[in-house]
Design a protein around this ligand. Structure first.
Ligand SMILES: *Cc1c(COP(=O)(O)O)cnc(C)c1O
Length: 371
């Protein structure tokens, strides 16, 4: 049997029951868009992240774009982020009308590199989008200070970092706002598309709630320019049900990562630097590096282990972004990471014998080229 990278089937009879109850509740309510379920989820998610507000939207991409628009980022503004992310991070900046600028990453973590960001700052820089890639929060206090010094906004892309904590603060609670995705692969996944903005800022929250619903402040009164990015009741009800298991599945992910870290040992394989504290990392993905990636992928696939690559082509190498502005010194660490990174299964459905098997297969691998 293949060890799947992700398994989206319902994981337990309890979860199955909870989701059916939630769906049934929505069917009986006769209310399908922005109702009680969305309000309940927004309030639970805000308190899970220790934020004053959470605004449910249609996707993670929309959460970023609406957040940017809510703080007035638009034409003439530059926003710095990483090219080692889901393209959505950069698409959101472009869609808000601003200019994305890519800085390089720190090869030890694959997260934004501060010195590279410094080289990207101009008079027009309005914000930095910090991506808590793979589930890691790191140096967020330092980034906050850095942004304050330069009078620019700190924004958190939390699409991979649900419930990560650093220095006692949850992902999303440190920047001006945090943007979450609940795409099915994420640590908290809906059964369709969904996203949320979290923030401590009352005015920002109000504006974001208007923008997601045609810019309306009340019915048929359009206060600002907006569009349709409403969360639906069905997804909100499912998220309300699935939220019950998020802490549990986060612990499972941490256990898997701990097991991998303590037992993967192969001189042809490198690991990212371990988190300072386990709570800093929610292990959305477990990423290794090797110069013989195709070989390792094939070897693992032939032993029934699925792997994926996050991300094989950095944003600046994608045709729509071939002219994108970037660090004047280039993005060598981003390029090297894209060429060598490999994500191995670490989703909470894996059993401990499956983890042992994956580890053993990695440890006994030698690249064909060197045999
Ligand atoms: C998934 C993801 C997004 C986009 O979320 P969608 O809900 O798919 O729009 C943005 N940023 C990162 C880092 C992601 O992983």
């Amino acid at each position: 049997m293949v060890i799947q990278f992700n398994d989206f089937r319902i994981q337990s009879p309890q979860e199955d029951h909870a989701i059916r109850v939630a769906v049934d509740r929505v069917l009986k309510s006769g209310h399908f868009i922005l109702g009680r379920e969305v309000e309940d989820f927004e309030s639970s998610w805000a308190s899970s992240c220790e934020c004053r507000h959470s605004i449910g939207v249609a996707s993670g991409l929309d959460a970023l774009e609406i957040g940017l628009r809510s703080i007035g980022v638009g034409p003439g503004d530059e926003v710095i982020t990483t090219g080692m992310t889901a393209a959505a991070t950069v698409i959101a900046i472009t869609r808000a009308g601003a200019v994305p600028v890519l800085a390089d990453i720190d090869p030890a973590t694959a997260l934004l590199d501060l010195e590279s960001v410094e080289r990207c700052i101009t008079k027009r820089t309005r914000a930095i989008i910090l991506v808590h890639l793979y589930g890691q929060m790191r140096n967020t206090k330092k980034w906050k200070d850095f942004c304050e010094q330069h009078s620019i906004a700190l924004i958190e892309d939390c699409a991979q970092s649900h419930l990560a904590i650093e220095d006692g603060c949850y992902a999303g609670s440190i920047g001006l706002f945090g943007a979450f995705s609940f795409y099915p692969t994420k640590n908290l996944g809906a059964l369709g598309d969904a996203g949320a903005i979290v923030t401590q800022n009352d005015a920002l929250a109000e504006k974001a709630a208007q923008i997601r619903n045609y810019g309306q402040s009340s019915r048929y009164v359009h206060q600002v320019f907006g569009f349709n990015s409403r969360m639906d009741e069905m997804q909100a009800a499912i998220l309300n049900a699935k939220l019950t298991w998020l802490e549990d599945s986060t612990i499972k992910r941490r256990n898997i990562a701990r097991q991998y870290r303590s037992s993967i040992s192969n001189s042809y394989v490198g690991l990212l630097s371990a988190p300072l504290f386990e709570e800093n990392h929610v292990n959305h993905l477990f990423v290794m590096m090797t110069k013989h990636r195709d070989d390792l992928r094939e070897y693992l696939m032939s032993r029934d282990i699925q792997t994926l690559i996050h991300y094989p082509i950095p944003v600046h190498r994608q045709p729509p972004f071939s002219e994108i502005a970037k660090d004047p010194l280039g993005l060598p660490a981003t390029e090297a990471h894209a060429a060598e990174c490999l994500s191995i299964p670490c989703s909470p459905h894996l059993t401990s014998s499956e983890i042992d098997y994956v580890t053993e297969m990695i440890n006994t691998w030698t690249p064909l080229q060197v045999i």
